[in-house]
Design a protein around this ligand. Structure first.
Ligand SMILES: CC(C)(COP(=O)(O)OP(=O)(O)OC[C@H]1O[C@@H](n2cnc3c(N)ncnc32)[C@H](O)[C@@H]1OP(=O)(O)O)[C@@H](O)C(=O)NCCC(=O)NCCS
Length: 172
């Protein structure tokens, strides 16, 4: 059964959180959460957000500041609308749903929360684009929510972006 955003509690990782029960098929993501995320946060490199459902840790995402070069933006996305060579961005550095809770809208709700965070942030500091480097298996998930592949050399992950400013203007 799907889980709505009203049923979820979002909080910022702290040393009080018990991460031991969290399990994800992508072991590098699970390992980051359990062993590196708090240190990274203490050093102001990243901030990790936890998602609880009924006191169970069901997902997490990690955010960092970023920027995107305009030459990485797809031309059919209207390159003429980008007069600067680089744009400020918020990067989804990590995002994962616990294996037991996949396909229940946790990922979708995390993306929506990230979008709200980015919009709020943009009221205080320039921020217009969401970026993420996705694993091939998750490409369809991000594409479904409006992310586009960046024009850049391929590596193990696929760089993607979403210009939420443009989307908001088109909607209004
Ligand atoms: C990708 C991931 C975050 C999706 O999380 P999730 O909680 O299962 O996703 P949701 O239940 O919110 O899915 C929302 C929608 O996206 C679709 N979707 C989910 N994963 C998908 C995928 N890999 N490819 C295509 N569509 C996908 C769902 O079918 C659902 O669509 P629907 O509403 O039409 O049924 C999750 O599979 C995961 O943690 N993967 C491993 C970690 C990872 O690769 N993270 C990304 C790199 S940072």
């Amino acid at each position: 059964m799907k889980i709505s955003k009203e049923e979820l509690t979002f909080s910022i990782l702290s040393s009080d959180d018990d991460l031991s029960g969290f399990s994800c098929c992508e072991k590098d993501l699970e390992g980051f959460l359990k062993y590196d995320a708090l240190d990274s946060q203490k050093n102001r490199i990243s901030v990790t957000h936890l998602v609880y459902w009924d006191k169970i840790l069901v997902g997490f995402y990690t955010l960092i500041s970023d920027s995107i070069e305009v030459r990485g933006i797809q031309e059919d996305d209207g390159i003429r609308g980008y007069p600067y060579s680089r744009y400020p961005a918020l990067k989804i550095a990590r995002l994962a749903t616990d294996d037991r809770f996949k396909k229940r809208n946790i990922g979708k709700n995390m993306l929506l929360k990230i979008l709200v965070t980015a919009i709020n942030l943009s009221h205080h500091v320039g921020c217009r684009i969401l970026t993420v480097d996705v694993k091939p298996g998750s490409f369809g998930f991000y594409e479904k929510y409006g992310f586009t592949r960046t024009i850049r050399k391929q590596s193990d992950s696929i760089p993607m972006y979403r210009d939420f400013h443009r989307a908001l203007i088109e909607q209004s």
